[in-house]
Design a protein around this ligand. Structure first.
Ligand code: ADP
Length: 351
């Protein structure tokens, strides 16, 4: 959808520069739901005399092509760059920010959260990649419906590069592309570390605003070697209400805060915080208690990023290879609130 909209808007030319508004970077953000399309146009100049005319053209084109949708065109002024510029100092080159997603235990929804956050960030207009480093249960290929993908190797500037999978505009590299589920045990240890190193340094990521790294659950040598290889800007911890107080989560926090590691924690997300049945969308059942993660966050001086309930569409989305943020507007809203905070914390902490 976003590419289709960009394709249409490439016909709009700024009279002063003679360039089209897409290639000249006027489109800051595109968001679309079943019945609404929102476009944010950023004009470098304040009071650009052509702003009104361009807005009208954008509205007319979109209304013609999407007659069922409400079209909202927002004009922002001032030349602030819409995206963080990629730092060249990371070993991976064109990646501006790397965010690690961690959890104390498996099964709390860390991979589901990673996938949905990636789509939320993409919907905000960022270029996003996922490095699935969960050697115990690499589930990103399934989340994005690319399980059978076999990465190709190509030469780029005389170096070997591995081509990542791509789904929903998100670049994806997973340890799961290289191992069979039955191999998983063998891969613990040195072999996994070597494979991860290669995936980190040789993947053809291109330019990314954010790379989300889905870490294995818990803490261990694997974590330390990933942390040693990647310049991680911030960490996000995922927990369920039952798991939040257990020692594994505390160990995770301590790992990031260890002076030798020293990675800022962007915050904690409480996943499966409550249950809402499809037929009673306003009812919330706090099956495992309420506010546990918030209390934990406060006691440990960690930012609380928000709650995600148990909903059918999230589970279905992971089964069907299309994260729910891409299809369910309620889920998109929950994740967008969280993603906005993570962007703010990460960009701030890596300055
Ligand atoms: P982890 O990566 O922590 O091991 P997963 O992301 O694989 O956990 O999630 C475990 C299971 O829980 C998956 O089947 C997933 O679809 C489901 N799940 C995760 N979060 C939610 C949620 N908020 N609502 C419904 N199902 C969820």
């Amino acid at each position: 959808m976003e590419n289709e909209i960009k394709g249409l808007l490439a016909a709009v030319v700024h009279p002063e520069t003679g360039k089209d508004i897409v290639s000249d970077g006027f489109i800051e953000h595109i968001a679309s739901t079943a019945n609404k399309i929102t476009i944010v146009l950023r004009f470098a100049k304040t009071r650009d005399p052509f702003a009104g005319k361009i807005r009208k053209q954008v509205e007319t084109i979109l209304q013609e092509h999407f007659p069922q949708s409400e079209i909202l065109v927002v004009i922002k002024e001032g030349g602030q760059p819409p995206r963080p510029e990629p730092k060249t100092s990371t070993t991976t080159g064109g990646i501006a920010h790397i965010i690690a997603i961690a959890s104390g235990k498996g099964g709390v929804g860390k991979s589901t959260v990673t996938a949905n956050l990636a789509v939320a960030l993409r919907n905000m207009g960022f270029r996003v990649g996922i490095l699935d480093a969960d050697i115990y249960g690499p589930s990103q290929p399934k989340m994005f419906g690319v399980e059978g993908y076999l990465p190709d190797a190509v030469q780029e500037d005389g170096m070997d590069r591995i081509v990542p999978a791509e789904s929903m505009d998100i670049k994806l590299m997973s340890i799961g592309f290289f191992i069979k589920p039955t191999d998983a045990l063998l891969w613990r240890g040195a072999m996994a570390v070597n494979a991860l190193k290669q995936m980190i340094h040789q993947t053809q990521w291109g330019t990314l605003d954010f790379l989300l790294c889905d870490l294995p659950p818990g803490t261990g040598d694997i974590h330390l070697s990933i942390i040693g290889e990647l310049k991680i800007d911030s960490a996000v911890i995922v927990s369920t209400p039952q798991q939040v107080a257990v020692a594994d989560v505390v160990r995770g926090v301590e790992m990031f805060r260890n002076p030798n590691v020293d990675i800022p924690i962007a915050g904690i997300i409480e996943n499966m915080a409550w249950f809402t049945p499809e037929e009673l969308p306003d009812n919330r059942y706090y099956l495992f208690g309420k506010g546990g993660a918030q209390r934990f966050a406060k006691e440990n001086d960690i930012n609380f990023l928000g709650e995600i309930p148990i909903v059918q569409s999230i589970m279905d989305g992971s089964e069907e290879g299309r994260p729910a943020v891409g299809i369910d507007t309620r889920v998109e809203q929950w994740y967008r609130n969280i993603a906005e905070q993570i962007v703010e914390k990460t960009v701030k902490s890596s300055r």
